[in-house]
Every structure is written in structure tokens, then in C-alpha cells.
Design a protein around this ligand. Structure first.
Ligand code: FAD
Length: 302
């Protein structure tokens, strides 16, 4: 579970200004973000491909305030997919619905998502839909259901820390959905979300029907216990290794990424790029106190 206090502090304007204007921040950003341009994202994806891993390109941004910003974000995804198709890079893209204007209009956000899904079909790849804070869960699942009618490839991220997710997995089962299972990275109220231990139990519990019954599961974790659990279960049920892959974040547990690849498992790395890195970076800080220390030391060194 992410550190709730840090996520609350990070949302304050003063802290945001302080962090984004401090030059040493850039060094820490570089560890978790591939760069500011599509070329940076594509270069990171190409390098991962050279090392036998796939990529998930994420154009950073969320909660846009205008339709123009949502169109601009959708345009960035269309450009990413054109580049993926042209270069035949092994990469898909991952979008946030609030970046496509979900706060402004559900229908317009879904229309943009549909356009991105069509471009992914042309590029022979997939679109994944990130899961954001709980106030967006219902609308995100509904958007997934809508595009799933037309496209086979979309992937939906679901969060094990939400108590509702077991019911969501059961309700989605008839669609044979492609799911990326993650623990969850937002500051959620205790009445709807589990703490760290129960989240692990839930992750284990959810993983089993997904691996056994769906065509594609992204096991989105760096937690070695969860990774071993997935491997043991897949082995016991004779689930072929092309039905699942391990997905990890750029700059996190490269050793584990490499180890799994060497053992013959599919590994795909989530590669964020773009200028709007602040909320993404703060979620990475909140996941691990050691990251925060690294960051504060960089600022202290100046
Ligand atoms: C591919 C991918 C996509 C994701 N998409 C979403 C999404 O759509 N919605 C959402 O809410 N969340 C998403 N997340 C984030 C996820 O919910 C967790 O917050 C994050 O993965 C940390 O949980 P963990 O399972 O790795 O376990 P943890 O118990 O947090 O971490 C296990 C170990 O991994 C390492 N580690 C984990 N995080 C970090 C870090 N930030 N920096 C350095 N080391 C770290 C540490 O060694 C730690 O001990 C995604 C994660 C991945 C990998």
C-alpha cells in the first residue's frame, strides 16, 4: 500500500511547486521516466526489445482540464501507435481515462479511447487502460466494456487492494477479459481498500482465476512472493507461458526483470514519457520510503 501521508502532501500546490522547480529532482525523475519526448519513449522501448523484453508506452498525464488537452493526449497516443507500427517495436500503450477527458465527458473520453484502440489494431498491438482512483473505477470498467465490444485487444488494469475487485473479476468473466492485475497505487479510504497484507492475499486470490480462465494476464508487480505464486500456480495448472507475462515499472527491480526473462518468462516494462511526470513520480515515492530518501538527499546535495 502506498504511503497515504505522502500522497496527501504531494497533492498540495506548494509542495508541487517546490518539487518541480528543484533542479536535482531531474536526476530522480530520470530513474523512473524515460524522457520527455516520444523519441525518448521509443528509444527505451527499443532497448528493452534488444534485451528480450516488451514495453508499455505511457504518455504521462491525468485529469486534464479541457477538451483540447484531452485531444492533445489522444494525439500523442496516436503518434505513439504510428511509431510502434512503423518500427514494429514490441510495445503496447497504456492510457488513463482522465487524461482523455473523463472528468469533462464520459462519452467524449470513450470516443477518444475508441480512436486509440482502432489505431492499435492497425499497428497490430494493444491498448491497456490504467486504473485510477476509486471514484473512476465504475466508469473505467464501463469504458472497457464498450471498447471490448469492438476490439479484442484492450487490457484493463484492476487493483487488488480494492475490496470490490473480486466481484469485478467475476462480473467481467464472460468477456474473457485481458487483465493487468496490480496492487493499487492511490490513497484510498480504509473502508474500501485493504492494507498491505490483505492486499497480498487478494492479489493471490484474484490471480488464480485470471491465469486459469482468461487468454492474457499481465502480472503487474515487483513483489517476488507474488511472482513466485504466479509461476507455481501456472506450473501446477499447466498454463502455457504465452498466456501471461510479468509487467514491471521502468527503473524498478531491473534485476528481477532480467532474471525472469532469463528463465524464459515474458517480461514487459511500463515506460512513462512526457513532461507531466509529477503525480507519477509521487506515486513511486509513496510506494517505497527508500525512494523518498534518495530524492531528499538529491535536493539536499543541490
Ligand atoms: C506494469 C505496471 C502497471 C501499473 N499500473 C497501475 C494502474 O493502472 N493503477 C494503479 O493503481 N497502480 C498501477 N501500478 C502500480 C501498482 O499498483 C503498485 O503500486 C506498484 O507496482 C508497487 O507494488 P508491488 O506489487 O510492486 O509491491 P510492493 O510490495 O510495493 O513492492 C515490492 C518490491 O518491489 C520494489 N518496488 C516496488 N515499488 C517500487 C518503487 N516505486 N521504487 C523502487 N522499488 C520498488 C521494492 O523492492 C519492493 O520491496 C502498476 C504497476 C506496474 C508494475
Amino acid at each position: 500500500m502506498p504511503n497515504r501521508l505522502l500522497l496527501r502532501l504531494a497533492a498540495q500546490d506548494g509542495i508541487r511547486r517546490l518539487v518541480t522547480s528543484a533542479p536535482p529532482t531531474r536526476r530522480v525523475v530520470k530513474r523512473f521516466v524515460a524522457g520527455e519526448t516520444l523519441a525518448d519513449g521509443m528509444a527505451a522501448a527499443a532497448s528493452l526489445n534488444e534485451h528480450g523484453m516488451g514495453a508499455i508506452l505511457d504518455y504521462l498525464g491525468e485529469n486534464v482540464a479541457t477538451g483540447e488537452q484531452a485531444d492533445q493526449a489522444a494525439g500523442a497516443y496516436l503518434a505513439s501507435l504510428a511509431a510502434i507500427g512503423r518500427s514494429r517495436t514490441d510495445a503496447h500503450v497504456s492510457v488513463k481515462l482522465t487524461q482523455l477527458g473523463l472528468d469533462l465527458s464520459f462519452d467524449a473520453a470513450v470516443a477518444r479511447l475508441g480512436e486509440i484502440c482502432a489505431a492499435a489494431t492497425t499497428a497490430r498491438t494493444r491498448v491497456a487502460i490504467d486504473m485510477e482512483g476509486h471514484e473512476y473505477t465504475d466508469r473505467t470498467i464501463e469504458a472497457y466494456r464498450i471498447v471490448r465490444k469492438e476490439f479484442a485487444h484492450p487490457v484493463l488494469a484492476l487493483q487488488a487492494y480494492l475490496k470490490r475487485t473480486g466481484a469485478d473479476v467475476a462480473a467481467l468473466a464472460p468477456l474473457r477479459p485481458a487483465i493487468r492485475l496490480v496492487k493499487g497505487a492511490y490513497n484510498e479510504p480504509k473502508d474500501i481498500a485493504y492494507g498491505p497484507w490483505k492486499t497480498r492475499d487478494a492479489f493471490r486470490r484474484l490471480l488464480q482465476p485470471l491465469l486459469a480462465q482468461t487468454p492474457y494476464t499481465g502480472v503487474g508487480t515487483h513483489d517476488e512472493l507474488m511472482v513466485q505464486e504466479a509461476i507455481r500456480f501456472a506450473h501446477r495448472k499447466e498454463i502455457p507461458t504465452d498466456r501471461f507475462e510479468f509487467q514491471m515499472l521502468y527503473g524498478v527491480r531491473r534485476d528481477l526483470q532480467e532474471k525472469l526473462r532469463a528463465e524464459g518468462y515474458g517480461v514487459r516494462v511500463y515506460v512513462p514519457f512526457g513532461e507531466a511526470w509529477y503525480p507519477y513520480l509521487m506515486r513511486r515515492m509513496a510506494e517505497r520510503p527508500a525512494n523518498l530518501r534518495l530524492f531528499l538527499e538529491a535536493i539536499a546535495r543541490g
